[in-house]
Each structure stands twice: as structure tokens, then as C-alpha cells.
Design a binder for this molecule. Structure first.
Ligand SMILES: CC(C)(COP(=O)(O)OP(=O)(O)OC[C@H]1O[C@@H](n2cnc3c(N)ncnc32)[C@H](O)[C@@H]1OP(=O)(O)O)[C@@H](O)C(=O)NCCC(=O)NCCS
Length: 329
């Protein structure tokens, strides 16, 4: 096992005030049912941003809470990395808006788009930068306002996603706590299976694109499902190999919260019983890059992650991107 160079000092989350239940889809004319959504996905409700709630506001709220928990001031932040696929503006990065809102005047800031793997990728970038010796304290956020980039008339996708943000303070490791193994992979040959086809650089926005809604998320659900199960299983194996641990050494598995069936398949493959798996997809839906840090924040608040806990994180998202991490808290 390598000596950890970076540790996750504190994690907190923020969600919009509005809860949107499965039954609420009837009120906007989407033909679906609570039974169908729960059976296929395990989702019961999600949070949806309302007027005045933005990616910047959610990320800033989550960041302030995490900074308070870690005892870190805005002036101490060296860097802000925001994993997101739903920025407030196409230019500049939302990370700089969060920087301004926090008053983190010393920090550099950028967005990182690895879709649902965004927080996990960002943690690994942060670890690498801390290892260079140039950075001490990094704010890593996974945040999304997916409700603004999904097609609310497409029942294949609109029932799956939710909004929220999770923020983590990553610092130079002390003692033997921190990131024990880290793994990232991508496969761009499968990019079309989960994408926003049009409305950006290669296919600039037109009235036609707006009318047909091809700037929203589209997904080949079954193919994505199969790839998610395969890739998350691979990522779990790599995490354990990298840390030279076995599944019995893992106190808690925190997987990306896309779908209860994908989570169960990942746990089964990794030989981790469901009692040791953190699940909150029922209350948040798939919040993409925010899903793992929101889950970690809740797991810590519930005492399921405490000092000395060994936690495995596994992510998968559009790209495809996937990866894993084992962290000793
Ligand atoms: C999307 C998903 C839940 C669909 O479940 P599924 O078991 O594959 O669905 P099926 O293909 O068996 O059923 C599709 C049928 O349900 C219908 N359907 C789709 N969405 C529906 C909804 N919200 N409510 C009711 N019916 C729906 C479809 O129209 C289709 O009907 P048809 O057969 O008459 O054409 C599933 O494929 C999935 O979870 N994929 C992965 C998605 C994901 O996690 N993406 C993010 C990864 S980071």
C-alpha cells in the first residue's frame, strides 16, 4: 500500500429546496408511474432547482459548509476544481463563479467534465497536484443542475436525474489517512450512448435544435446500463488491487447513485454485502457528479464513515468515464 499524500478532510452537501416526487410527473403530463420508476431504478424523489437556484449557489453553499467543518478559510484555498456537466454558463467555468462567491482570491479555479465521474476524477487530479508539493488545500466539488439540461417530455431520461452539490476539502495527508488507491478510465468510442447531441461547438444552436430538443440529454438506457455494470465491476477490482486490500477490508462502499440495480450488481461483483453499501438514490435520483459527495456527506453525518473507516468509491458516467478510489478516513 502506498503512503497516502492527500486526505479528504471534510465533505458537505447542498440541494435545492423543491422536492419532486415520482407522482409529480403526472402534473407535467409525463406518462409514467411511481411503480415503474421505483422498480427499474429505485428512485422515489429528486430535488429540482427553482428560481434563483443555480449551480453556483448550490456549490457555494456546499463549499461553505465543508470549509467550516474542516476549519478552512477562503484565503487558504489554493485551488477549486468543480466536476460538472451542467455549468451555469458555457463560458467561463462555473468554478470561477464559486471562487468569486467564496472570496477565495488566492485560488485557481476550473471545471472538469467527466460527467458522473466528475467528483472522483477531480479528487484524483487534486491528489496529483498535492503530490507535486505546490498545493496544500484544494476544494473539490461535484455539482449539477441537470434539471436544466434534461428533456422534461422524454420519460426515458427525465425521471432519472436530480440536482445538488457535494463539496470536499482535500489536504496534504497526515498520518496514514488518505487516498490509498485511485483509478480512472475512459472510452470515447461509446460517447454517443449518453450525450447532448447538438447545440454546442460542432453543431451550433438553431431554432430547429431548440424545437426538437436535441440539445438535451439523450441516452440508450439498456446499453448504458450494461456498460455501467461492467465498468463499475472493473473499477471495484482495480481499487482493491491498487490498495492491496480485499473486499472484507472495506467498511463501506459508496458507489455512484444512478440506479439501485447497478449498485446491487457492483456490490455483488465486489463481494460486498448490501449492509456495507451506502444507498440514497431513492431520495436524490442520479445527481451525476454530485452523487458520490452527497452520499459521503450523508454517510459521515450518520456515523457510517468515521476516523479509521476504509471506504471504496466507484463511479461511472457519460463518455464513458469510470473510476474508483479507496480512502482511509
Ligand atoms: C433507463 C432504464 C431505467 C430503463 O429500464 P429498462 O428495464 O431498460 O426499460 P425497458 O427497456 O425494459 O423498458 C422500456 C419501456 O419502458 C418505457 N418507459 C421508458 N421510460 C419510462 C417511464 N419513465 N415510465 C414508464 N415507462 C417508461 C419505454 O417507452 C419502453 O416501452 P416500450 O417497450 O413500449 O417501447 C434502464 O435502462 C437504466 O437504468 N439504464 C441506465 C441509466 C443510467 O443509469 N444512466 C446514467 C448512468 S451514469
Amino acid at each position: 500500500m502506498k503512503r497516502p499524500v492527500a486526505m479528504l478532510a471534510a465533505t458537505a452537501h447542498a440541494v435545492p429546496t423543491r422536492v419532486f416526487t415520482n407522482d409529480d410527473f403526472a402534473s407535467i403530463g409525463v406518462e409514467t408511474s411511481d411503480e415503474w420508476i421505483r422498480e427499474r431504478t429505485g428512485i422515489g424523489q429528486r430535488y429540482i432547482a427553482g428560481e434563483g437556484e443555480t449551480l453556483t449557489s448550490l456549490c457555494t453553499e456546499a463549499a461553505r459548509k465543508a470549509m467550516a467543518m474542516a476549519g478552512v478559510t477562503a484565503a487558504e484555498l489554493d485551488l477549486i476544481i468543480l466536476g460538472t456537466a451542467s455549468p451555469d454558463r458555457l463560458l467561463p467555468a462555473t468554478a470561477v463563479e464559486v471562487q468569486a462567491a467564496l472570496g477565495a482570491s488566492r485560488a485557481a479555479a476550473f471545471d472538469l467534465d467527466a460527467a458522473c465521474s466528475g467528483w472522483l476524477y477531480s479528487c484524483q487530479v487534486a491528489e496529483g497536484l498535492i503530490a507535486t508539493g505546490s498545493y496544500e488545500t484544494i476544494l473539490v466539488i461535484g455539482g449539477e443542475v441537470l434539471s436544466r439540461i434534461i428533456n422534461w417530455r422524454d420519460r426515458n431520461t427525465c425521471v432519472l436525474f436530480g440536482d445538488g452539490a457535494g463539496a470536499t476539502i482535500i489536504r496534504r495527508s497526515t498520518k496514514q489517512r488518505g487516498i490509498l488507491s485511485a483509478y480512472m478510465r475512459s472510452d470515447g468510442t461509446l460517447a454517443d450512448l449518453l450525450q447532448r447531441p447538438k447545440g454546442a461547438g460542432a453543431c451550433p444552436m438553431t431554432n430547429e435544435i431548440l424545437a426538437e430538443g436535441s440539445h438535451f440529454i439523450t441516452m440508450a438506457g439498456r446499453e448504458v446500463f450494461k456498460n455501467a455494470v461492467r465498468s463499475m465491476a472493473d473499477a471495484a477490482d482495480r481499487a482493491l488491487d491498487g490498495a492491496k486490500l480485499s473486499s472484507t477490508d472495506v467498511d463501506l462502499l459508496i458507489p455512484h447513485q444512478a440506479n439501485i440495480r447497478i449498485i446491487e450488481a457492483t456490490a455483488k461483483h465486489a463481494n460486498i454485502p448490501m449492509e456495507k453499501v451506502f444507498v440514497n438514490v431513492d431520495r436524490y435520483g442520479n445527481t451525476s457528479a454530485a452523487s458520490i459527495p452527497i452520499a459521503l456527506s450523508e454517510a459521515q453525518a450518520q456515523g457510517r464513515v468515521k476516523e479509521g473507516s476504509t471506504v471504496m468509491f466507484v463511479a461511472f458516467g457519460a463518455g464513458f468515464t469510470w473510476g474508483s478510489m479507496i480512502v482511509r478516513f
